[in-house]
Design a protein around this ligand. Sequence first.
Ligand code: SF4
Length: 341
Amino acid sequence: MAETAWLSKKLPSGKVLCEACAQACKLGEGEYGICGVRKVENGELHLLVYGLAAAVNVDPVEKKPMFHFLPKSKAFSLGTVGCNFSCTFCQNYDISQFPKEHDHQIVGHEMPPERIVELALEYGCDSIAYTYNEPVVFFEYTYDTAKLAHEKGLKNIYVTSGFETSKAIDLLAPYVDGMNIDIKGFTEEFYHEICGGRLKPVLNAVKHAHDKGIWVEITTLLIPGKNDSDEEIRGIAKFIADVDPAIPWHLSAFHPTYKMLDVPRTPTSTLLRAYKIGQEEGLKYIYVGNVDDEDHESTYCPGCKKRVIDRSGTIGQYVTNELDENGTCPYCGYVLEGVWH
Ligand code: SF4
């Protein structure tokens, strides 16, 4: 179900430049992008996974993770095969790396944008989340779906590695209401050696998405010995605080998977160390994830320090939200930042 990947331009050399992500692939006839799902055919770039969902679920929005975005609601979640990164610790490598590991094979269930929106409404979801693999690689599919979803009163969430070009973010901004962006580490070496990407474009995307008025939350998976030094953690915290101290920061525990089986799970003490560093750098909302820790998964009012959103059980299982529809604290009147209605 290939469609034109219109976020691209023809170069004087005859090649086509893909403008979706910072890999900036320049492709000749018959060539595939690094993501494995964008290919030049008959002189034009095509999106090979348009309308082909490889993973579909109805998830609690907390699972994205989005904690300041319609708490307790359901997000219709979908992904395709393909990814512009090659993280050796990928938790969804079976779909993200599928085309690269199966000789460019494309798989998925036919699900055009209209059907996704229909199903999201049928299942009582308040949003559609483009997730599981990197959504910018299937940009045109997300764009058409998000536009239609808005017309039907649904919100849209991008769960992304933050490698979008500024042009992609500008185009998405009117329709994408929230983004959870990974800052996977804080050195170029980490991005280069472990992810097949670069840090700088990610930091630019965080700033740009925030400037465009998209609600941004950040996730960092802390991997023992790889990205968990005080220096790197503080670097990320400082960066977020500089953009906006109200951006929620999710600190997630690693468990051995895919090609990174020789590294142990993240100890809780590392998550709590990072939590403290985030507080020292002035971040207002910090959360731990992939561990059972109600105290550090709940939201506290920055005004009076009372717990105003309680989260317990498995993720999204028990959520008690005391804020009103504007995010106002019932104890002191402080308005918490987020998308609450
Ligand atoms: S989306 Fe794919 S084809 Fe486009 S620049 Fe990124 S990796 Fe290359």
